[in-house]
Write a protein that binds this ligand. Structure first.
Ligand code: ADP
Length: 404
């Protein structure tokens, strides 16, 4: 069974074609600069067949046609005909309060995705355009929506409500939604496998540290709290996002500097975080290098970044009544032994003891805590696309078994 996974963003469409027989990736790629000048397709197929094509890509429909052509191309394609694709899984960022799991896309599901346009204006509209474009090139093929927010629908009220007038929750849907849910779900599931313990018995904190960063308390397999909130701005320090700040700073800046609300919004989303603190870069590799050369602002940025994560781990251990495992994932979580060591230093009181050698050694997925550590610390490379493909296969099989 071949499953195509689509992640349609605001100016790009990423894709991966899976052969679910062994969950291998047959081809993957990206159409970049959709709707802009200089659009291109970069396509990588198994056996090292790579191709980059510059092309006019005015819309998502054209992007999908380009992808379909690449997949069936006689030289660098991987399937004989587009009809060999059994189902399509779409990453959809926001499912609001209604979407609590992945679902087959029906007109009702499309309405849910559209209802969330206001909540995720940069993501849900392109996600929807990706769905519509796929339907045109693959008519009749089941499509599945996998929501970033769905895993967090189990968060209890005391953790998802903000202490603002209650009517704002009803009138404007203001609450914590959380994001990166597919990644947190995948690494939690995988970490339990690595530990050889049932997920339903583990209190885990999963740290997704990429350009965007979020941290989730996963109790017995369910998300019970997460750091991103109404939008992805809340929580940890990220590449360019501030994470938690006192909201009064916004009004103070508007009063004292004459900045407008959109200007403050841009500053908090695009000019803050690691970039804002360091004044150098949003990229952890640059900052680690600068810090090792003694750059004070880079050192400060790393200290703040690690401290915020450590603080959340402590808070989530308290909210779950204890902690059995810490899981690191995404670009920084998987690759930066320095940040992992900084985060865990000071967590010994919780029973978390990182092993310096295991932490700095080579290899991807692995245990990096000492044998005498009560809290098991792990690295699990994230794989959101595989999770989307698995959900898509499962739902498509159910659909096939019940449809006439
Ligand atoms: P995105 O959220 O865009 O998917 P990634 O998960 O790819 O981001 O993470 C990007 C971050 O990972 C960047 O800050 C980058 O510097 C960091 N990173 C990647 N490789 C390393 C490495 N070897 N050491 C430290 N940081 C790394």
């Amino acid at each position: 069974m071949y499953i195509l996974v689509i992640n349609a963003g605001s100016s790009s469409v990423k894709y991966k074609l899976f052969d679910m027989k062994d969950e291998s990736v047959l081809a993957e790629g990206i159409v970049d600069r959709v709707g802009m000048a200089g659009a291109s397709l970069a396509h990588n197929a198994a056996e090292g067949k790579e191709i980059e094509i510059e092309s006019d890509v005015p819309d998502y429909g054209t992007a999908l046609e380009l992808i379909a052509d690449a997949l069936i191309h006689p030289e660098y394609g991987v399937i004989g005909s587009i009809d060999e694709i059994s189902a399509v899984g779409h990453r959809v960022v926001h499912g609001g309060e209604k979407a609590s799991a992945s679902v087959l896309i029906t007109p009702d599901v499309e309405s849910i995705i559209r209802e969330c346009f206001d909540l995720a204006p940069l993501h849900n509209p392109p996600n929807m355009m990706g769905i519509e474009a796929c339907r045109k090139i693959l008519p009749g093929v089941p499509e599945v929506a996998v929501f970033d927010t769905a895993f967090h629908r189990t968060i209890p009220k005391e953790a998802y409500l903000y202490a603002v007038p209650y009517r704002l929750y009803g009138d404007y849907s203001i609450r914590r939604y959380g994001f990166h849910g597919t990644s947190h779900r995948y690494v939690a599931y995988r970490a339990a496998q690595v530990l050889g313990r049932p997920l339903e018995e583990i209190r885990m904190v999963t740290c997704h540290l990429g350009n965007g960063c979020s941290i989730t308390a996963v109790k017995n397999g369910k998300s019970v709290d997460t750091s991103m909130g109404f939008t992805p701005l809340e929580g940890l320090i990220m590449g360019t996002r501030s994470g938690d700040i006192d909201p009064a700073i916004v009004f103070y800046l508007m009063d004292h500097t004459g900045m407008t609300a959109p200007e403050v919004n841009t500053m908090l989303n695009k000019e803050s975080g690691l970039l804002g603190l360091s004044g150098l870069s949003r990229d952890m590799r640059d900052l680690e290098k600068a810090a090792s050369e003694g750059n004070k602002r880079a050192i400060t940025a790393l200290n703040c970044f690690a401290y915020r994560i450590r603080k959340y781990i402590g808070a989530y251990a308290a909210s779950m009544g204890g902690l059995d495992s810490i899981v690191f994932t995404a670009g920084i979580g998987e690759n930066s032994s320095k940040i992992r060591a900084m985060v865990c230093s000071g967590l010994e009181f919780l029973g978390a003891r990182i092993d310096a050698q295991r932490n700095s050694g080579p290899g991807g997925e692995r245990l990096i805590s000492r044998d005498d550590s009560n809290v098991k610390i792990l690295i699990v490379p994230t794989n959101e696309e595989l999770m989307i493909a698995r959900d898509t296969m499962e739902l498509t099989e159910v659909y096939r078994s019940i449809s006439p």
